[in-house]
Unconditional design. Structure first.
Length: 227
């Protein structure tokens, strides 16, 4: 917070940058957002891979970028992320809506007096749900969830939902540390998930971002109590 960056957004950007550094590509990202302010509400999806997040990764990987460039890109990506998080928590996400439409199409019969769907309508609906872009955007290579601070939790986990080049992770942000639980389904040389490598690269990425934030805000580098 002293670095003027949301702690949750800071972690989300670190996860995306870590994935890119290992696999050389951007990952569709799922982050769960609570919708418990609504009756029977549970979660909605925050699609954390935004244009601003992608720009942040590109800036971080550019040898021409200064520390100020990297910090500014992080702030922009974090602000966009916070907007999406607020929208998802207030019922303005899209994924639960799409799921509801899918279930209604598959399971609900026409109401009394309602005209049944034509074959043309059914074809259009099925084409939408089988669209390659929709399928790719919902194959989340990073499945993530932030937990409330809980000092008594020492081991946590969050399942990944794709078989290859995918990770599931939850995290607990505390005042002096961040705890991660990371898992994967496969480890195929050159093409698969490598949890040990992801953990090691994430440590380096978090440290790099910490130093960038400190230097950009006049915080003494190495003062871990401020981040």
């Amino acid at each position: 917070r002293a670095a003027k960056v949301s702690p949750d957004a800071f972690v989300q950007m670190a996860l995306q940058l870590t994935y890119y550094r290992i696999h050389g590509e951007f990952a569709p990202v799922y982050e769960s957002a609570s919708t418990r302010q609504f009756l029977h509400g549970r979660t909605e999806t925050v699609r954390s891979l935004t244009s601003e997040a992608a720009d942040f990764v590109v800036v971080m990987e550019s040898a021409a970028s200064s520390g100020a460039d990297k910090y500014d890109a992080l702030v922009r990506a974090s602000e966009r992320h916070q907007t999406l998080l607020r929208e998802a928590s207030s019922g303005q996400g899209i994924d639960r809506h799409i799921l509801g439409l899918r279930m209604a199409y598959l399971r609900l019969d026409p109401l009394p007096g309602e005209t049944p769907m034509s074959d043309e309508d059914k074809h259009a609906i099925e084409a939408f749900f089988s669209d390659d872009t929709l399928a790719k955007s919902t194959t989340f290579q990073l499945s993530t969830s932030g937990l409330f601070p809980a000092y008594y939790l020492t081991h946590t986990g969050f399942g990944c939902v794709a078989p290859e080049r995918a990770y599931g992770t939850n995290y607990i942000i505390e005042s002096g540390r961040i705890k991660f639980g990371i898992e994967g389904k496969t480890k195929l040389v050159g093409n698969g998930t490598d949890v040990e490598l992801f953990e090691a690269e994430l440590r380096k990425t978090l440290l790099q971002l910490k130093i960038i934030c400190e230097e950009s805000n006049g915080i003494q580098v190495g003062d871990s109590s401020r981040l």
